[in-house]
Design a protein. Structure first.
Length: 320
């Protein structure tokens, strides 16, 4: 019998240096509803809403900035009891951070030690923030947060934490591989040219394992590269591929360690979404969508034009 989930998502936390630019990105460019948090000693912060998920954006001076890292920082859960949450974490082998008891908006909180939760600080609160969202200036183009991308070194440990320990269901698993198809060409000045293909060759190091864990309105896409970083060309200079994705995740692990990597936004119209953000100067790594996980098409934005946050669109076909 599966364990009950430990709580419900209160917010996904982001820490951004230029909060005004962040407002423009999420509210004006990505057309998400926005709300302001009440002023507090915790610093300036706002929230946007994508489907059933709240994204909280705070400054680098906030309390949560000290618990996570810049960019996509942490995940916060609403629980009935902080003491019961502590007991649940201990049973799952998750350590807490005893030196930090303050959470977002100055609420009392329990924080996990990210070393025991695959690099992600998990915040647990027993009170929810009351927010008044106002609609975006133009018609919405995002349905919800499809998933949060997570770089990890040990997918089995991640499954122990988030599925066995915290009670979220495992939706599916996936292995991505890349193969090279040799093409042999013979060109003769008298007899002309001939060509043929040989059997595909697995690309060395091009692959990853992914777990999809459903947490209410979104999934955690927990990705483990199958080898060290191997990038044929610089990231963002060409459209993505399995090899580039694997290299990017391995490179992120080398530079920053395990943790939150990207946000995937579900859209019903990929072409419209790409066109809309391009008008605001957001460049696309994938100017044309490409096949992604679980019957989807995906298109990544260039983080250099999204305030350093790695974002992408997802358009998904229903499973037959």
């Amino acid at each position: 019998m599966s364990a009950m989930p430990v709580g419900s998502i209160e917010h996904v936390g982001l820490v951004m240096r230029d909060i005004d630019a962040a407002r423009r990105l999420f509210h004006e460019h990505l057309r998400l509803p926005i709300a302001e948090y009440p002023k507090s000693a915790d610093g300036e912060a706002f929230a946007v809403r994508a489907g059933g998920t709240t994204l909280r954006v705070a400054t680098s001076d906030s309390a949560e900035a000290k618990c996570g890292r810049p960019g996509i920082s942490h995940i916060a859960f609403k629980v009935k009891s902080l003491s019961q949450a502590k007991e649940r974490l201990a049973k799952a082998g998750i350590q807490t951070n005893p030196g930090t008891t303050s959470g977002s908006c100055g609420r009392e909180a329990v924080w996990s030690d990210p070393a025991t939760t695959n690099g992600i600080p998990l915040q647990f609160v027993d009170k929810s923030a009351v927010l008044d969202f106002k609609p975006p200036p133009r018609a919405p183009m995002i349905e919800r947060v499809d998933h949060l991308g997570i770089a990890c070194r040990d997918s089995r440990r991640a499954q122990e934490v988030y599925v066995s320990g915290l009670g979220w269901p495992l939706e599916s698993t996936q292995t991505d591989s890349e193969f090279l198809i040799p093409i042999e060409i013979t060109s003769n000045d008298k007899y002309g040219a001939t060509s043929h293909t040989r059997a595909p060759i697995p690309a060395v190091g091009a692959g990853l394992i992914a777990l999809f864990v459903t947490v209410e309105d979104l999934d955690l896409e927990i990705m483990q590269p199958l080898s060290p970083a191997t990038l044929r060309v610089p990231l963002g200079s060409i459209p993505g591929s399995v090899g580039q994705d694997q290299g990017a995740i391995a490179q992120a692990l080398d530079k920053r360690g395990e943790g939150l990597l990207h946000i995937g936004f579900r859209t019903p119209d990929m072409r419209n979404a790409i066109s809309a953000v391009a008008k605001h100067g957001i460049k696309m790594i994938d100017p044309v969508s490409r096949p992604g996980a679980r019957n989807s098409q995906i298109a990544f934005m260039d983080r250099r034009t999204t305030e350093g946050i790695l974002l992408h669109f997802v358009e998904r076909r229903p499973l037959d």
